[in-house]
Design a binder for this molecule. Structure first.
Ligand code: X6L
Ligand code: MG
Ligand code: MG
Length: 177
């Protein structure tokens, strides 16, 4: 079993419902044990800025899937929630990105772990720091930084606002079953 973390985002339709359904799908996957979910943040779009605000969150747990199988699983969930790949960096019902998989580094064409641009993104790091503040993230060979350390270098965090605090009832249900 390996620890993993994902980042989730939605900026189309009922954003909270898409996030909830994605969490539920991860929780019900036989190869995944979800153990933590963050609060939900409303975030200004970055990259392609002319699109609606996102809701972003992070989640983590343990898995006996390989990195490729985990990617397969999250892509299946995205597909089931109506994810269409239209505009690059454009609006999406749901986006699930694998952030870390143990201390494993993956450098494949369709999968890079740790997520290569997570270190600069407040919309990824702020939710992640909430549930995994001391997680070691490989930033160079044999060099690890925690989400908290990475956040110190992010200059502008103003585009990330708390939208819904961790729902302790959901959190409890996650860890109980
Ligand atoms: C220069 C060039 C600076 C490109 C930034 C940043 C590109 C992020 C793509 C960039 C650049 C991305 C989300 C988002 C996207 C999300 C928020 C991406 C891919 N996904 N904005 N933009 N939340 N707030 O989940 O992350 S598109
Ligand atoms: Mg993404
Ligand atoms: Mg993605």
């Amino acid at each position: 079993m390996v620890d993993f973390y994902v980042s989730l985002g939605s900026n189309m339709g009922d954003r909270l419902d898409y996030l909830s359904r994605a969490i539920k799908a991860l929780r019900h996957h036989s190869g995944i044990q979800l153990e933590a979910v963050s609060s939900i943040y409303e975030t200004d779009p970055v990259g392609f800025t002319d699109q609606p605000a996102f809701l972003n969150m992070a989640a983590g747990g343990k898995t006996d899937l390989s990195p490729d199988q985990l990617l397969e699983a999250v892509m299946e969930i995205e597909k089931g929630l109506g994810r269409k790949r239209e505009i690059h960096w454009g609006p999406r019902t749901i986006d699930i990105d694998i952030l870390t998989y143990g201390r494993v580094t993956v450098e494949e064409e369709k999968l890079q772990v740790p997520h290569p641009r997570m270190a600069e993104r407040a919309f990824v790091l702020i939710p992640l720091a909430e549930i995994a503040s001391v997680l070691p993230i490989s930033v160079a060979p044999n060099e690890y930084k925690t989400p908290t350390q990475l956040l110190e270098k992010v200059k502008d965090k103003s585009g990330v606002r708390l939208w819904k605090s961790i729902d302790w009832e959901i959190e409890f249900a996650l860890t109980e079953s």
